[in-house]
Design a protein around this ligand. Structure first.
Ligand code: 5GP
Length: 112
């Protein structure tokens, strides 16, 4: 068994973190260091998948459930971002989606 991730510890209540939405398999929290007016993290309760490529291969329906939860918590249009790999900025290896929304403007991140 691997060490509990920071997100697992939040889910268990071992460390503080505001859970803003929850389903049987997924939960959402506010990012501690927001990069947009709305910056939430949508996370599977299992930490068995390190990143979105593992999750997509191992449990596509769980990935779809994360997208559904992201849509619900965003409250409108949103960006969904999965940092995948350390050199792409991933720091927590328990797959999670960043939901960014609110005042982003119409400009795409790509080419911005
Ligand atoms: P990554 O860099 O792996 O894509 O994203 C990890 C995210 O987790 C970062 O945006 C970081 O701000 C957030 N984070 C790290 N530690 C905590 C914490 O203790 N609580 C919350 N709510 N977010 C955290």
């Amino acid at each position: 068994m691997s060490e509990p991730s920071i997100f697992t510890r939040i889910l268990r209540g071992d460390i503080p973190g505001e859970i803003v939405a929850e389903t049987e398999r997924v939960f959402a929290i506010k990012d501690i260091s927001p990069q947009a007016p709305v910056h939430l993290l949508v996370i599977p309760k299992t930490q068995e998948y390190r990143d979105v490529t593992e999750l997509a291969a191992g449990d596509p329906s769980l990935l779809a459930e994360m997208v559904e939860v992201a849509k619900g918590v965003a409250g409108g249009d949103f960006r969904l971002l999965f940092n995948t790999g350390a050199s792409a900025g991933q720091t927590v290896f328990h797959v999670h989606a960043h939901v960014l929304a609110g005042g982003l403007g119409e400009k795409s991140l790509v080419g911005a």
